[in-house]
Write a protein that binds this ligand. Structure first.
Ligand SMILES: C[S@@+](CC[C@H](N)C(=O)[O-])C[C@H]1O[C@@H](n2cnc3c(N)ncnc32)[C@H](O)[C@@H]1O
Length: 120
């Protein structure tokens, strides 16, 4: 957080912080090594459909070599209902999915992330 805040003003001027909106991003394929998505996908599963989640993850995977999404719970602190369908569907798009435990959490049960990588 400190690194981000210290960099933010310069990063804005240098156009390194760019506003975009899932499920469509304006970046070319494979622009980034890593895309991180925190407290949007899965968390708002009652508002954002499975179709939105799938389109968003495919788009993030298009622009980045690896995608990490955290946490995997909804606002009710229960695992998102979109989790299992996405785990089943993403390998059909050439993506490897891994659920990894992390050593921090902001919500009850919110100590896991999804890592998605292209199968090369
Ligand atoms: C709960 S906040 C999380 C903010 C930050 N990622 C964090 O973890 O502290 C959810 C964020 O998702 C953003 N958001 C909402 N709809 C979005 C979309 N379709 N594409 C990208 N970001 C979106 C909101 O603007 C808001 O900043």
């Amino acid at each position: 957080m400190r690194l981000f805040i210290a960099d933010y003003s310069a990063g804005l001027l240098q156009k390194r912080y760019i506003v975009a909106e899932l499920p469509k991003l304006l970046f070319a394929n494979d622009t980034f090594s890593l895309a991180v998505c925190s407290h949007l996908l899965f968390l708002y599963s009652d508002l954002l459909s499975l179709e939105f989640h799938l389109a968003s993850v495919l788009e993030l995977s298009r622009v980045a070599h690896e995608v990490r999404i955290f946490p995997l719970t909804g606002l009710d602190c229960e695992p998102s209902p979109h989790l299992a369908p996405l785990q089943a569907e993403l390998p059909r798009h050439g993506l490897r999915v891994e659920i990894a435990k992390v050593n921090y959490q902001l919500q009850r049960n919110g100590d896991k992330m999804m890592k998605i990588q292209k199968i090369s």
